[in-house]
Design a binder for this molecule. Structure first.
Ligand code: GLU
Length: 305
């Protein structure tokens, strides 16, 4: 039996005793204001136990981790049709790269890079009455006992400097792979990225990809097993920008990071772990989060490989 609490505490202390390296994401002005020394981790198990350390109950901007949630809702609504408009290959490029889109005729490599997430946002706008509202409802139904909200401040802050994302969305539109007005798609995209959650809320929310018995507050299964397996496969291969291979190699779990410094990773049938520390390494992933998770899976011998 693994003593998760003592593994969390020992690992946390070890990492806190080392230098806090990297830089906070500063290209979104609101994100640059964060206290860089915050650091929290939460583990939730299929047995229902919950363990936390440090700032695990502090809200932070989950940024790209939200892409998995929007993808889950869209996959549920539209099924395999979504793969006609977005691929499932790692991009090997930065999350906001424009170059591949030219040769790929506006079909993003995967749904976890910005271009792919925008196509997913476009699908949700086309197939819901109010995409922003429905995404929020979906998340609140799988994260009971919490109130998850967008941060208007962060959404507006990102919008004010979103030149590259604006270019990306318009570029995809020029290939015909965005149906709606790019401004509408971008507004939804920026709000999706602005979602704020704690490590505790994140690890609870993503249990639908871990536990086959998980039910939403409506008593429904969120994704069937095959769809959950596919989402985990995409996180495994594409969840960490062009450091996805490194994360697989070092940590050995499917997961997704965000430029707010959050990392969500999970072991199907066992647990979900969320780590947050705002300073990012050169590839845009939380430096302390990456180190923590590497030690965590090696100490608990719980990588999926
Ligand atoms: N909102 C961020 C952007 O589009 C998300 C990036 C991320 O977390 O990967 O630049």
């Amino acid at each position: 039996m693994i003593n998760y609490q003592s593994v969390l505490q020992d690992t946390y202390q070890k990492i806190c005793s080392e230098e806090n390296t990297g830089e906070v994401a500063s290209y979104i002005p609101e994100l640059a204001k964060i206290n860089p020394d915050q650091f929290g981790v939460c583990v939730k198990t299929v047995g229902g136990e919950e363990y936390g350390v440090g700032d695990w109950k502090a809200k932070f901007s989950i940024q790209s981790i939200s892409k998995v949630l929007a993808l889950s809702l869209t996959y549920n609504l539209l099924g395999d049709k979504i793969w006609d408009r977005v691929g499932v290959e790692p991009s090997g490029n930065a999350f906001n790269s424009l170059t591949q889109l030219e040769t790929d005729n506006g079909i993003p490599r995967n749904p976890l890079i910005n271009a792919g997430a925008m196509v997913i946002c476009d699908m949700l706008i086309s197939h819901t009455d109010d995409a922003k509202k429905e995404l929020l409802e979906f998340i609140n139904q799988i994260c009971p006992d919490s109130k998850i909200e967008y941060s208007e401040k962060i959404a507006q802050s990102e919008k004010s400097v979103g030149y590259r994302n604006i270019a990306l969305c318009n570029f995809i539109k020029s290939f015909g792979n965005i149906e709606n007005d790019p401004q509408l798609v971008l507004d939804f995209y920026f709000h999706m990225c602005s979602l704020e959650m704690t490590c505790q809320e994140l690890s609870n929310t993503f249990m639908f990809l871990v536990d086959d018995n998980f039910r939403s507050t409506k008593g429904e299964k969120v994704l069937d097993m095959q769809k959950a397996m596919r989402l985990n496969a995409i996180m495994q291969t594409c969840g960490f920008y062009d450091e996805s291979g490194e994360f697989s190699f070092r940590v050995g779990l499917p997961g997704k990071s965000g430029v707010g410094g959050g990392i969500l990773a999970l072991h199907p049938d066992k647990y979900c772990v969320a780590a947050w520390s705002p300073k990012l390494n050169a590839k845009g992933n939380s430096s302390r989060g990456m180190k923590f998770l590497e030690l965590f899976t090696s100490k608990t011998k719980s990588a999926i490989f």
